[in-house]
Write a protein that binds this ligand. Structure first.
Ligand SMILES: Nc1ncnc2c1ncn2[C@@H]1O[C@H](COP(=O)(O)OS(=O)(=O)O)[C@@H](OP(=O)(O)O)[C@H]1O
Length: 362
């Protein structure tokens, strides 16, 4: 039977996952637009690096890259568009897209993407931003975990201005595993809509590990981090890469504060194989007209993922950056199997709780 999740285990430990082959990069026969997009966005990234640096040091005092970088290069998002509107108080990294005349007012978010780390949260937010009734912060504010002491006025100030009927959103994937987050979000508004992108916990763990490995090439192997004791096969559930994937346990904590109807679970796998289908569910959940459809996506063969034909506020095709869709290292198949066995009962519980079968553990 699986080891119980440790209640006191630290999520702060470095996480990481593997990634065997790029199984998630399905070679779908999609229409290809601008088939090779290599180099797209390079200038934008360069200016963003500067803005990111400024925002980290001056405005948010985020830790330096290895701790702050869950989302890395996509984190900033919209600097170019919003620099002109930079008030000096809110970093361009955080400013969402403004309406052309700067009208409207800043509001606390009515909907949040709360997780999971490496689930596909950036893809979901980027796709949602295409909707005219959604305005979102580009970077991860980490308000309900790291920055709560700044207060709600600080948080609101990070938000883009919105008009009547528009929804303000942000995404911070660590909220899902933050013990205090449900109570804090409920204190902001009990009506907040919550979205969780979930992905096969084993692949998620490997993706997480791959991210850490990209910054710290000297870390131990995925296989050795997985076990407390390799001989007995005891899994180290205090390793955040493993811990995050025990979705049923984390969800229990949210259900103390929010009813199930207020939480939408998006399949990270289907977000890749059928982005328009998942986006349809999300738009319904948010009470929005289904404006984002199949027509907005194409499958980029080079990237190996769906991309937008036109990004928000642009006429050019847009794929996520190179930190999204990394090649995962090969992991010992026995270790992968051991992890599948470990997660199976938690996954079953999660399917039961959510009423959706996600098709992991095949
Ligand atoms: N359209 C598209 N393009 C690129 N990547 C996509 C896309 N849709 C989903 N994904 C998957 O998103 C994974 C990264 O998840 P997150 O954005 O949640 O990561 S993070 O927690 O914000 O760092 C990332 O994980 P890795 O493949 O392990 O890098 C992708 O598999």
């Amino acid at each position: 039977s699986p080891s119980p999740a440790k209640e006191d285990s630290s999520l702060g430990r470095d996480s990481g996952l593997f990634g065997n082959s790029r199984t998630n990069k399905k070679r779908l026969a999609w229409a290809t637009v601008g088939s090779e997009l290599t180099g797209y966005g390079a200038a934008r990234r360069a200016s963003r690096a500067l803005a990111d640096d400024r925002s980290r040091k001056v405005f948010l005092q985020l830790p330096e890259e290895e701790e702050a970088g869950e989302d890395e290069e996509e984190g900033g998002g919209e600097e170019e568009e919003s620099t002109a509107a930079w008030s000096g108080k809110v970093s361009p990294r955080f400013a969402g897209k403004l309406s052309p005349l700067g009208e409207g007012s800043k509001k606390l978010p009515q909907a949040l993407i709360i997780g999971v780390k490496k689930g596909g949260t950036r893809a979901l937010l980027e796709f949602l931003r295409v909707h005219p009734d959604i305005r979102a912060v580009g970077a991860e504010p980490h308000f309900f975990d790291r920055n709560y002491d700044h207060g709600l006025d600080w948080y609101r100030d990070l938000m883009p201005k919105t008009l009547e009927g528009q929804i303000t959103m942000e995404k911070t994937p660590s909220y899902f595993v933050t013990r205090e987050a449900p109570a804090r979000i409920s204190a902001m508004s009990r009506d907040t809509k919550l979205i969780v992108v979930v992905r096969d916990p084993v692949t998620r763990a490997i993706s997480d590990y791959t991210q850490t490995l990209s910054k710290k090439p000297d870390i131990p192997s995925f296989e050795s981090l997985t076990f407390k004791n390799r001989t007995t096969g005891l899994i180290d559930t205090s390793w955040s890469a493993i811990q995050i994937g025990i979705y049923a346990k984390h969800l229990d904590n949210w259900l103390q504060y929010f009813p199930m109807e207020q939480i939408l679970f998006v399949s990270g796998e289907r977000l890749i194989s059928d982005p328009a289908g998942e986006l349809g569910r999300v738009q319904d959940f948010l009470g929005l007209k289904r404006i984002i459809t199949d027509k907005h996506f194409y499958f980029n063969q080079t990237k190996g993922f769906p991309c937008l034909k036109k990004a928000e506020g642009s006429s050019k095709p847009h794929c996520l950056g190179k930190t999204k869709g990394r090649t995962h290292p090969n992991i010992d198949p026995e270790v992968v199997q051991r992890l599948r066995d470990f997660y199976r009962p938690f996954n079953m519980k999660f399917y039961q709780m959510t009423g959706r079968f996600f098709g992991w553990n095949n």
